[in-house]
Design a protein around this ligand. Sequence first.
Ligand code: TXA
Ligand code: MG
Length: 349
Amino acid sequence: MKTKIIKIHPKNMDKNDLEEAARIIRSSGIVAFPTETVYGLGANGLDPLAVGKIFQAKGRPADNPLILHVSSLEQVEMLAREIGDLARLCMEEFWPGPLTILFKRSSKVPDIVTAGLDTVALRMPDNQIALALIELAGLPVAAPSANLSGRPSPTSFHHVREDMMGKIDMIIDGGATGIGLESTVLDLSGEIPMILRPGGVTIEELRPLIPDIVFDPSITDMDGEIVPRSPGQKYRHYAPRAEMILFEGELEKLVAEINKRIAYYSRSGRRVGVMCTDETEDLYREALVISLGSREDERAIASNLFYSLRRFDEEGVDIILAESIEGSNLGSAIMNRLKKAASGNIVKL
Ligand code: TXA
Ligand code: MG
């Protein structure tokens, strides 16, 4: 398949440029587009055949449901059977933005979108290109992250091209995404309000509205046996091709242990990468060292994370030794992605 590429500047956007993309969506094709979190792989969310093409292009397991992206409240009313007060508050406060909310689904939502579940995940992205595309298409747009299943999510046009060239109809190059981690998935349908996937909106930001909010137990107990409620959370995800080990503990101990391991793995002929922070960057030798940013700046770390995982692969690294970071605010989403990238390969010091 020939993949058309168009470049659009979000600040200086001509809606005519997006007409063609909207037409592709309306006629059951697939268009990759930028959002404020990561790039998405978009199709008509009401058309099971179009949605099927997304699963095929990504190689995504059929039991992993998709988020429908909306540009208006009317679309939410069409797709959700009921909208509770708390959900309304959250939409007012955080939309457009990196918060996905689960609703009881209406009969309009095809089975393939929800993988047969009774809930549908909805989100209004905070990106002018994404919003204009949904509006022009006049449809809810089903969109997972635009990576091949299992690979790190794409935070730039180049990542999307790497994974999707020749597999989809169009890629919109809208520059780098801002946040760099996916949206928070929030389930208000049960007795206890729960975050099923930590993301761009933090639990600290949600608490004033939802004082009793908790993380799904599988998130805080990742080496345990608890089955996550969000199907996507059970897969090895966000993963580089290289093996990755995540080190948790006091910073000084981390640095000492990682340096020991650099020497050890290098001796056996492996190319070693270290994923660290500005504070420790100069303390490592004889490895490909990439800093995600300062420990004081979680936003920088979040936005550099997936990009850095892909860099290690490009550089042909065999093993990545990664520092853990503080788990509060955006840190919990960052640690969630790091743990998954490491496939549970965690060393506690
Ligand atoms: O920021 C984002 O959310 C990006 C951009 C493109 O919007 N999208 C994204 O989609 O990350 P995806 O498909 O990569 O991740 C969606 C997550 C998966 O873990 C999936 O299992 C979960 O949301 N999910 C979707 N519908 C669900 C449902 N009905 N119940 C529980 N989890 C659901
Ligand atoms: Mg994804």
